[in-house]
Ligand binder design. Sequence first.
Ligand code: FE
Length: 263
Amino acid sequence: MPKDTSYTSLQPDARGYFPYAAEDDAVWRELFTRQMAFLPGKVAPEYLDGVRKLRLSADKTPQVKDIDARLQKLTGARAYGVPAIIPPSQFYDLLSKRTFPVATFLRRREHMDYIEEPDLFHEVFGHCPMLTNTAYADFIEGFGQRAKALGYWYSLHLFRRFWFTVEFCMSRSAEGLRAYGAGIVSSPSEAEHATDGTAVMQDFDLLTVFRTPYRIDIVQPTYFVIDSFDQLAATLDADFGALIAQAKASGDLPALFESKQAV
Ligand code: FE
């Protein structure tokens, strides 16, 4: 948990299940229902497919243990419960094992629309459906392996890579641009913004991604667009270390937002 959080971590019972209360179920139901009504036609078909394959529903707060079992059968990916944000070294180590860390606490009603720290809704509803796609799971695993191999000198640029291809990103479909990033699909305001035609859409280019600063506290002024998840997985063939060195030498591109708190 971050130091200033008002949330406390949950402890699983002997069977590995977390004790979600009736109020948690009510919050989950409201978040799930609202997003599922809004997202069709705006998100990648692979994402909605994943929601179905994981059998996510409005009925009950999902348990990481159940999501983990379903993911394992589908693509060999795993979900691993953690109290909240974990250090980058542990994060990349888990990804390199095809495992996604999932914060297990659920937001309270006063944070329905925005919560700074990732909670269960962001993790399970936002991230886990895409892990049912083999090419996407391959990408997550490969990204973790490469990030783990690179040291601290590369970390800011690796965060940018994660930000623009896992959290806030779009893909092309036969029907047009569709969101698949977890930060978009799990956030009502970001989903609205990403699909209302006001943001700058850029074709995915790894060097440009490494040179693009972002802020975590605003809706994103720009998103990168991939043609397919196979393309995403294929980007792992690039030499991350050399490209990051090149990005550092070239410097950052001008920010599309006021500069305070850029990452
Ligand atoms: Fe996330």
